[in-house]
Design a protein around this ligand. Structure first.
Ligand SMILES: C[S@@+](CC[C@H](N)C(=O)[O-])C[C@H]1O[C@@H](n2cnc3c(N)ncnc32)[C@H](O)[C@@H]1O
Length: 243
């Protein structure tokens, strides 16, 4: 009798358990995305990253939360993205904020026609005073995250980054410097410190030619040296480089 019950129940149980597991993971994902959207609402005055991208960046960060190490963002503007990341990952880590707080350097031919045109369109609502923010604003965003352990490194990347040695491997590195020269400087100087399972989140890969060029050149140079880093699309406009 017991044998008969077991065999009749097992296939039914199997068919029910899988959709249930799927439903639970869908609910969990929806809750997480709602949480990330709330973080975007909290920091929206401190970031120019749109909600969809912000949510995707936080999803990627969340998926790497097991990686030990510090977090860095190059090109923080008012600090709204790194503050959201800090609120998500918590106080056990140190956060580094790199920015000139003087906006972008002048774009060059290698940055491509779109960025050259953007930098000339000073009246455009997307110009944001050439992406200029103040350190006071970035500090305010970080204070809102309630994370105590962070450092602001003010200055041009080609001056600050070669002198920078992080106290621990970098688990999450977000690069949002827009220009070819800025992206290249960040990749060359910070890649050696990336934790083995860490991730470099690339903003604007699909937006600015210079950003894509810097990434491609970096990948080619590293590949020649022996390591073969991988560029992949995480979701929509969020790209990443991993070891
Ligand atoms: C597009 S904004 C960053 C937006 C911000 N991450 C966000 O999501 O709201 C680009 C930032 O990079 C900084 N930046 C670009 N190139 C730089 C360089 N070479 N040195 C220092 N800061 C730079 C600018 O000052 C600006 O704050």
């Amino acid at each position: 009798m017991r044998e008969a019950i077991d065999t009749s129940i097992r296939p039914v149980a199997h068919h029910v358990a899988r959709p249930l597991r799927l439903a639970r993971s869908t609910i969990k994902l929806r809750r997480l995305k709602a949480r990330f959207r709330r973080l975007h609402r909290k920091y929206r005055n401190y970031t120019m990253t749109p909600e969809g991208t912000y949510v995707n960046v936080l999803s990627l960060v969340f998926s790497r939360r097991h990686v030990a190490g510090c977090v860095a963002e190059c090109g923080v503007w008012r600090g709204g993205v790194i503050a959201g990341i800090a609120e998500l990952l918590g106080s056990e880590r140190h956060y580094f904020l790199f920015d000139s707080f003087e906006g972008l350097p002048a774009a060059e031919e290698i940055d491509g026609p779109a960025l050259l045109a953007w930098q000339k369109a000073v009246e455009s609502p997307n110009y944001h005073n050439n992406c200029t923010a103040s350190q006071v604003e970035a500090d305010a965003a970080m204070r809102m995250s309630k994370v105590a352990s962070y450092s602001v490194v003010k200055g041009w990347f080609d001056e600050t980054l070669p002198r920078f040695t992080p106290p621990c491997p970098i688990a999450i590195l977000r690069l949002d410097g827009d220009l070819y020269s800025s992206m290249r400087t960040c990749l060359i100087n910070l890649w050696p410190y990336l934790a083995p399972d860490g991730v470099v989140i690339i903003d604007d890969y699909n937006v600015w030619d210079g950003c894509a060029r810097a990434v491609h050149e970096f990948l080619a140079d590293e590949s020649k040296r022996g390591q073969v880093p991988r560029l992949s699309q995480y979701e929509n406009d969020v790209y990443m480089v991993t070891r």
